[in-house]
Design a protein around this ligand. Structure first.
Ligand SMILES: Cc1ncc(COP(=O)(O)O)c(C=O)c1O
Length: 437
């Protein structure tokens, strides 16, 4: 027995790579923009979280270059010790003021901020209550904590109340995504807050996909619902989406931030965010505040795509954000569809279990303020063509019989029983048309 046995046995991904159906780790050769080059081929991106398109904004780039000139390339130390710059503090203050909270702290990633905050604030004998579809970084934060984690059904307020009643005499932290990262729907925050007050729980909202997108001023989920930010105890955002950088920000009352600063291990025991990335956040915040027309443009694009997908007959469930999921269900079909779209020049993300519940696999699409109408039309046309071919949406496509050699090839391809059950005989037969491509 060897600890590496599991590595030797893990062959599914290699088989998918060999078959040309591996969607992960694609090296992009150009900047994160609506169009990129991968392997020399032009692709229209509809899987980026660059919602406001600021990764390629000349002002943001200039701010990064200026910060490197002034502060160098790295802080080479933790915020706690030698890695705090005046720039970090400026961004924290600007963010707290923008969001309407007393204080804020900047972590090196959004993932780190959920890990550190949740595990610092909760302990043995307490309970963390999460939505079933919360982001993995929230789950990881719960795993690092000694508190018990209890999940409620996705966005189901009756189920949340059931959990709150069960733990009525225990200290409780409710942690929810503002916008759910795969489904694109919004948490029922007014009801979460009402229940939290009723059962004496604290509330933390992960606004990774809401900042810059939701609310009149892009302040996120609380603003979207017209909720006083003081009614949300902790607001978390990541800088890796609308803020065109990397990093995570936690905003709360000063005494809570002060505590997190001294107990969040994922901040204390890691190096701080490099100057260029902090400067990108700083400049992106300025742009979010001063250019609401970007958000308006984003919403125009999102509406165009949501309407377009619905008109084509796609199920996009209850998408209410810049994330539009195309619900397919079957994992194999999702991977085949992803590949067909990729070949058509559209780069999007296949999402299978465990990122979504089994049987609810989807193609995750998301949009930017700087997508042009031509690019978006191109994407819709590709989805129409591929969706009809695959029978996901109504169409006239009739599969031709597959060549016997290809049939044997497909039948032999077994990617394994675990999660990616691609190309099993049953599946191969269902998609015989594929052999004709
Ligand atoms: C909802 C949510 N929270 C947290 C994170 C983690 O953020 P980061 O990429 O900055 O680590 C993500 C990133 O995908 C996310 O979608």
């Amino acid at each position: 027995m060897d600890i590496f046995d599991k590595c030797n046995k893990f062959t599914q991904a290699r088989e998918a790579i060999r078959a040309g159906y591996y969607p992960y780790f694609k090296p992009i050769q150009t900047a994160q923009a609506p169009e990129v080059r991968i392997n020399g081929e032009r692709k229209i991106v509809c899987c980026s979280n660059n919602y406001l398109g600021l990764t390629v904004d000349p002002r943001v780039k200039r701010a990064c270059i200026d910060a490197i000139r002034k502060y160098g390339t790295s802080c080479t130390g933790s915020r706690f010790l030698s890695g705090s710059l005046e720039l970090h503090e400026r961004v924290e203050q600007k963010f707290a003021k923008f969001i309407g909270k007393e204080s804020a702290i900047l972590f090196t990633t959004g993932h780190h901020s959920n890990l550190g905050t949740i595990s610092a604030l909760t302990t043995k004998g307490e309970v963390i209550i999460t939505d079933k579809l919360d982001h993995a970084s929230i789950i990881d934060g719960c795993r690092l904590s000694y508190a018990e984690m209890v999940r409620f059904k996705h966005n189901d307020m009756n189920d949340l109340e059931r959990v709150l009643i069960r733990y009525k005499d225990v200290n409780k932290l409710i942690v929810v995504d503002g916008v759910f990262s795969m489904e694109g729907d919004i948490i029922n925050l007014p009801e979460v807050i009402r229940l939290a007050k009723k059962y004496n729980a604290r509330v933390m909202v992960d606004d990774a996909h809401s900042l810059g997108v939701l609310g009149k001023n892009g302040k996120g989920t609380a603003e979207h619902f017209g909720i006083d930010p003081n009614d949300v105890d902790i607001i978390m955002v990541t800088a890796s989406k609308s803020l065109a950088s990397i990093g995570g920000l936690i905003a709360a009352d000063e005494k809570v931030i002060h505590y997190i600063k001294h107990f969040a291990r994922s901040m204390i025991y890691t190096a701080s965010l490099p100057p260029a990335q902090v400067a990108a956040i700083d400049m992106s915040l300025n742009i979010i505040i001063s250019e609401p027309e970007r958000r308006e443009r984003l919403w125009r694009n999102v509406k165009k795509m949501a309407d377009g997908f619905r008109a084509l007959g796609y199920n996009i469930r209850n998408s209410q954000s810049a994330i539009i999921p195309i619900i397919i269900g079957d994992e194999t079909k999702v991977l085949i569809m992803w590949r067909a779209l990729y070949d058509e020049g559209v780069f999007c993300s296949p999402v299978v279990s465990p990122a979504v519940p089994e049987g609810e696999s989807l193609i995750r699409t998301s949009y930017m303020a700087i997508h042009t109408d031509e690019q978006l039309d191109y994407v819709l046309n590709a989805f129409e063509k591929v969706g009809k071919k695959l029978g996901v949406i109504p169409g006239t496509y009739r599969p031709k019989p597959v060549k016997p050699r290809m049939r044997r090839f497909i039948s032999r391809m077994r990617i394994g029983a675990y999660k990616m059950k691609m190309f099993s005989k049953r599946i191969a037969k269902r998609y015989l048309w594929f052999g004709e491509r």
